[in-house]
Design a protein around this ligand. Structure first.
Ligand code: ADP
Length: 475
């Protein structure tokens, strides 16, 4: 039928195939591709060597050719090699018709594309592996082009506090960079684009979609995204790390000051006693011992309060809440503080309130005694301190009022922070640690309450805190 040598020696596989799929004529290259001899191949059909997965597509195209809907078709298919393995094939088929238009047979061009397919598959697999890596990465990986986000991974969606990818795609990156850092950021990104390599940028602040500001570290590199110049960034949230560093610094300064001061004093007193210089002066020796004891007490108190604050603020100490009467708590706190008040010639006035609360008894008494002891400590002898409470809506508001030295307006907030005192000499003179109010605030917050103070310098202060009524909890 078709016996010229061009067919026989063509560099690609060629065949004439009957309308029902029998091989009518095959060339050498086709025989090499599938490993069969010419006679073996002619004894079989195209369907017989086509992998079942591709048969339908092939038959479909043949029907369309026969019906004249398409002039030819190209499909990727797989043939079974004589040795059992599969060969990827690019099959191009056209239909040869008689002069009066009747279909005669198919003309097939067959190319072995196994190598290309394997490369493609390897590429797909590696692309899939990388995609998963990026998706699973705990760090934010994002790409932006022409100033707008074009990709961000799930960690990035979480980092920016978005609900979905759509909330970020197309968003200008500068919108999430804190205004103070925008100029520097733009300048650095220009350097990244010029450098054509990954660059580590200095820490900067981002603004989450909720408005919350976070600290991040960033690496950036210029890449191509869908053929356009783009920048790929990797972000790490370092807010927590910076906070830990800040706390570590604070802790070290506390250790060096708060703990070393009493320790130095203990060392001084004991050193003097140990030297024997005071052997003949029992009164002075006694005084040295008293200094050592009181400073030891101070150290113990400080360490206990640091541990207390750590337990409460980290939430490891669970509040043991139960129904309790506000009047009982107030009574117990007043009883505990009575002797201190008498020692300081302060009159403790107290009007109990009957109200059922849902609270940890001991912890609330701790808050009340701390407020009362501060009120006593910072008041002049002969003045009064009041403990009162009243219901307000679904809450009870406790109030501790004194006629003491008061608190300057700029310290009204900060005294609730750790180691914050109005006057640096307060710890020495009044024996406090600067932790009481911080502990109180944590306890109140763990009861869903608030604590605050109003004060006028030289006239006195009123500390307030709220606790929810039991009936509110039961609702
Ligand atoms: P401490 O009393 O152990 O120093 P607190 O955290 O309880 O620690 O109080 C912090 C600081 O707040 C005090 O050192 C003092 O400077 C100030 N303060 C607290 N209560 C009063 C008060 N009633 N009147 C004046 N100053 C107060």
């Amino acid at each position: 039928m078709f016996s010229n040598s061009a067919f026989e020696y063509a560099a690609m596989g060629m065949a004439l195939v009957s309308l029902d799929g029998a091989w009518l004529q095959v060339n050498r290259t086709l025989c090499e591709i599938v490993g069969y001899s010419e006679s073996e191949l002619l004894a079989t059909t195209l369907q017989a060597i086509t992998h079942p997965d591709h048969l339908n597509a092939d038959l479909n195209c043949m029907h369309q050719l026969l019906s004249g809907k398409i002039p030819c078709y190209h499909i990727e298919t797989r043939y079974s090699h004589k040795f059992g393995h599969l060969v990827w094939i690019l099959l191009s088929v056209s239909l040869v018709r008689s002069t009066n238009g009747l279909p005669l047979y198919f003309l097939a061009h067959i190319q072995d594309i196994t190598n290309r397919k394997q490369t493609e598959l390897a590429l797909q697999e590696s692309e899939e592996r990388h995609r998963r890596l990026v998706e699973l990465s705990p760090e934010t990986i994002a790409v932006y082009s022409q100033g707008k986000f074009v990709y961000i991974n799930p960690a990035g969606i979480r980092l920016l506090g978005a609900s979905s990818l759509e909330a970020i795609i197309d968003k200008p990156i500068l919108e999430i960079v804190h205004p103070k850092y925008r100029q520097t950021f733009e300048r650095q990104i220009k350097q990244v684009q010029a450098a054509k390599r990954a660059v580590e940028l200095p820490a900067l602040k981002l603004v989450q979609l909720s408005g919350q500001v976070i600290d991040v570290e960033m690496n950036a590199s210029s890449i191509l995204y869908k053929g356009k110049p783009a920048v790929q960034v990797v972000l790490r949230d370092i807010t927590e790390r910076l906070e830990i560093e800040r706390m570590k610094d604070e802790f070290i300064s506390v250790i060096s000051h708060e703990l070393r001061t009493p320790l130095t004093s203990i060392r001084g007193s004991l050193g003097l006693l140990a030297s024997g210089l005071l052997l003949a002066q029992p009164e002075k020796s006694q005084r040295m011992l008293e200094i050592a004891v009181s400073n030891t007490d101070r150290l113990i108190r400080l360490i206990n309060e640091i541990l207390d604050l750590d337990r409460i603020s980290s939430g490891t100490e669970n509040m043991e809440k139960q129904a309790c009467n506000a009047a009982d708590l107030m009574q117990q706190a007043v009883d505990e503080m009575q002797s201190m008040a008498e020692k300081n010639t302060i009159t403790l006035c107290f009007s109990p309130l009957k109200a059922l609360l849902w609270a940890d008894r001991d912890r609330i008494i701790q808050v009340l005694t701390n407020l009362l002891s501060n009120a006593i400590k910072f008041s002049s002898p002969g003045t009064k301190v009041w403990l009162t409470a009243q219901k307000q809506g679904q809450e009870v508001v406790f109030q501790v009022t004194d006629q003491g030295r008061g608190i300057p307006a700029d310290k009204i907030e900060s005294i609730f922070e750790r180691f914050q005192q109005v006057d640096a000499s307060d710890s020495r003179q009044k024996g406090g640690t600067g932790l009481g109010l911080a502990i109180s605030r944590h306890i109140v917050q763990q009861h869903s309450g608030r604590i605050w103070v109003s004060s006028i310098v030289n006239q006195g202060s009123s500390f307030y805190f709220t606790l929810p009524l039991l009936q509110k909890i039961l609702r």
